[in-house]
Design a protein around this ligand. Structure first.
Ligand code: ADP
Length: 679
């Protein structure tokens, strides 16, 4: 109790820091024990969150795709409708993941608008009569580049009345082809003119025959280098197509116009303006034709989708029909009667969604999962799926993606838990050690501070006593002599001697105090020079030898010359002086004192050995402290300040010298100071 009362700081420290640290540590240890259970719980939470985040990411991405479709649908109104517009740059937004979109207003198809040309023409239904056997034979010969084919064709033409109109046209066309191949372009052109002037074209010829004639016409113009005429020819055909003339099925139209436009765009002498115009023709037409292809291919499906009411709630319906994934978008996504039907590109959408899932998975790499598509192929995974299956969900209503989440690998979990436990334990132990070490350190310094204060107070009282004693004697003898109270005049020299002795004592004491303060200031106050250790010891020896002899002690010296050190003379001198004086002070007669200087390798050693009272082991670490005096009878009866060894220690430190002490109470002490030898 007394201890706590005396140390309120300790109590405060205990209550505010150590106590809470210990309590927290105990709780942490208890938690560590539950770490395995916690890890499992955490994993459970993780896998739930992972699934939720994946679902949210998929929903968000799908929503984004449909928002893009919605935006793109606005541009569909601006798509070209007439030949004039096809030459202009058109606004169009491609949606990554969507193959085709068709825009309706009510029942009216707004985009693409080409299909009506195909369907219109279809109603006029051409008979696709098969080419006659003779025609097939001749065509084969033509392909073989045989001269016979030309003769045969000319011969057959002469029998014109006997041939069907179709066969006649085919013959004539064959001759055009032969002339064209033989690079007789003029001749081919003339023959073609005959073919075109006759009324084979409208209503009589098979569509592919018509297309072939046009195709050849264009080729001949190009071959003749009549680029301007070729451009005009292309435009007039486009015009005719837009005016509703039948050019064949979509594939034929596509091939016919695209090959023509590609060739025109490769003309080197095409003007910038025309190039842009034909480029736009090509772009707009291709896009329209591509969408129209899808439209005509899936006409029935699209109609069915338009009629279905499935998406009345959220304005979106998704449906796998045959192999394609269709969607229908209407109010509230779109306004009024607008409806968009489209075909999604599964591969690209899958890629877009997987990308999002991978982004989510990055944050949850402790959750083993496998993602499969509707064809059961794996799109993403971070496990072999050997562990127990925890949950399996369809996460994309459109693509039927399936997310499977598995149990964590148990050994991995155990390893992670162990690592965590070790880390946390180390952390707790370390923090406890830090707090306790801090506490010990703090109390040690408080304790040292206190004892230093006590020693200083002790020093002041003893120093004043020390100063006062010689002063009193000096004053007494001086007054006696001054006032002529000395009865026996012969004793005057004795008194003067006394005054002298006491003055020397005073001088020594003040010298020690001054030395101490000088040491306190440290190395900066020193003057470094090369010193002969033996010479310095000799000097001290001269001054103290007599004192030892007077005390009835035997004092001897053994000084190896030429032991040089780098040092401050005053500091080294007072160090030697203090050590020899202590040996004299603390050795009772008849005792012995040995002073030595010798070399040991690169060290120069100064040693004082006495047969005095010795120093107890427990005191040996204290005697070098400032103002410290051993508190036994002997020391008390010996005058001193407790500064001597403090001075020795400081001087040694400043010289990077070490002090060794070997002592046993009653048997004597040996102080050795090891200096580094100077070069
Ligand atoms: P002091 O002025 O008391 O001599 P010092 O710092 O020189 O102060 O010494 C500290 C204490 O160490 C002394 O009080 C004494 O008890 C002890 N001491 C020092 N030198 C010796 C020695 N040679 N033999 C025995 N004790 C010694």
């Amino acid at each position: 109790m007394n201890f706590f009362k005396k140390n309120p700081l300790f109590v405060a420290f205990f209550v505010l820091i150590l106590g809470p640290t210990i309590i927290l540590s105990v709780f942490s240890f208890r938690n560590i024990v539950n770490e395995n259970y916690l890890a499992e719980k955490t994993f459970n939470e993780h896998q739930q969150s992972f699934r939720k985040e994946v679902e949210a990411a998929i929903n968000a991405e799908e929503h984004k795709i449909f928002s893009e479709v919605k935006n793109a649908s606005l541009f569909l109104y601006e798509q070209p409708r007439s030949l004039m517009d096809f030459g202009k740059d058109a606004h169009y937004k491609n949606v990554s993941g969507v193959k085709a979109i068709f825009l309706f207003n009510g029942d009216t198809l707004i985009y693409p608008h080409l299909p009506r040309f195909f369907s219109l023409a279809k109603t006029s239904s051409f008979s696709t009569t098969r080419a006659s056997l003779i025609e097939q034979e001749i065509f084969q010969k033509e392909l073989e580049n045989s001269k016979e084919s030309e003769i045969a064709r000319s011969f057959r033409l002469m029998q014109a009345p006997l041939e069907s109109r179709n066969d006649q046209a085919a013959n004539l066309l064959g001759l055009v082809r032969i002339a064209f191949k033989a690079k007789k372009y003029k001749e081919a052109d003339k023959l073609l003119a005959v073919l075109e002037q006759s009324n084979y074209r409208q209503g009589y010829l098979q569509s592919n025959l018509t297309a072939s004639i046009r195709q050849l016409h264009f080729e001949i113009l190009v071959a003749l280098g009549e680029h301007g005429a070729a451009e005009q020819f292309c435009k007039s055909n486009l015009k005719a197509f837009f005016a509703g003339e039948y050019f064949g099925d979509i594939a034929t139209v596509k091939f016919f116009f695209e090959s023509m436009l590609d060739q025109i765009l490769s003309f080197e002498n095409l003007s910038e303006e025309s190039r842009e115009e034909f480029w736009n023709f090509r772009e707009n037409l291709s896009r329209e034709i591509k969408t129209s292809e899808y439209y005509t291919d899936y006409l029935e499906t699209i109609q069915k989708l338009l009629e279905s009411k499935e998406n009345d709630n959220d304005g979106l319906a998704r449906q796998f029909i045959e192999t394609e994934l269709f969607f229908k978008m209407s109010y509230p996504w779109l306004s009024g009667n607008q409806e968009v039907v489209g075909i999604l590109d599964q591969d690209i959408i899958e890629k877009r969604l997987v990308q999002k899932i991978l982004e989510v998975a990055k944050d949850w790499n402790d959750v083993p999962y496998v993602l499969r598509n509707s064809k059961d192929s794996i799109l993403a995974q971070n496990t072999g799926g050997e562990e127990q299956l925890l949950q399996q969900r369809e996460i994309s209503p459109a693509l039927h993606l399936e997310l499977s989440i598995y149990q964590r690998n148990q050994s991995e979990l155990a390893r992670e838990t162990t690592n965590k436990v070790i880390l946390m334990t180390l952390l707790i132990i370390f923090s406890l050690i830090t707090v306790i070490a801090g506490l010990v350190f703090m109390f040690r310094s408080v304790h040292q501070e206190r004892s230093l204060l006590a020693m200083k107070a002790n020093f002041l009282s003893s120093i004043s006593h020390e100063l006062k004693t010689p002063l009193t004697s000096i004053k007494m003898f001086a007054e006696m002599m001054a006032k002529g109270r000395v009865r026996n005049v012969e004793r005057i020299p004795e008194y003067a001697n006394m005054i002298c002795k006491e003055t020397t004592r005073l001088e020594n004491l003040i010298g020690a105090i001054l030395n101490y303060t000088r040491m306190e200031n440290g190395r900066s106050a020193f003057q470094w020079e090369r010193l002969n250790l033996a010479t310095a010891v000799e000097k001290v020896f001269e001054n103290v030898e007599q004192i030892a002899i007077n005390r009835g002690l035997t004092i001897d010296k053994h000084l190896d010359p030429d032991n040089f050190i780098t040092g401050d003379y005053t500091a080294v001198y007072s160090m030697i002086q203090n050590l020899i004086e202590n040996a004299i002070k603390y050795t009772n007669p008849p005792g012995e004192i040995h002073v030595r200087v010798y070399a040991d390798g690169d060290k120069a050693i100064f040693e004082v050995q006495d047969t005095g009272v010795g120093i107890a082991l427990s005191e040996q670490k204290n005697i070098f402290n400032d103002f410290y005096r051993v508190g036994d009878e002997m020391t008390r009866s010996t005058k001193g300040s407790g500064l001597g060894l403090a001075i020795v220690k400081r001087a040694a430190d400043a010289h990077k010298a070490t002090i060794a002490l070997a002592s046993k109470p009653g048997q004597g002490s040996t102080f050795s100071v090891k200096f580094r030898k100077a070069e």
